[in-house]
Design a protein around this ligand. Structure first.
Ligand code: FES
Length: 85
């Protein structure tokens, strides 16, 4: 899926004892928990396949980006780019 990316080169993002990674998708930015729904693998180090799924590096499970975004733990950031806050 074009326009989706994982911020794998960014430093770890911690919040409330949980590690997140930055996900860009359809012009919006999200913080997604860096824990695979399968067995907790580091999704941040996976890749996005051409079906718009994040493929986990641990067992190659593929999870639709829409499903990851819909997780209650996912945080949507402000859509405006280049502006703080
Ligand atoms: S931990 Fe991600 S596919 Fe198993």
């Amino acid at each position: 899926m074009s326009g989706s990316w994982i911020g794998k080169d960014l430093p770890a993002i911690h919040r409330d004892g949980e590690e997140y990674f930055l996900l860009g998708h359809e012009d919006a930015l999200y913080l997604v928990v860096n824990r695979c729904p399968h067995r907790g693998g580091p999704l941040k180090f996976g890749f996005i396949n051409d079906r718009g799924e994040i493929v986990c590096p641990m067992h190659r499970g593929a999870f639709p980006i829409g499903r990851l975004i819909a997780q209650p733990s996912t945080i949507r950031l402000d859509e405006r780019r280049g502006e703080a806050g």
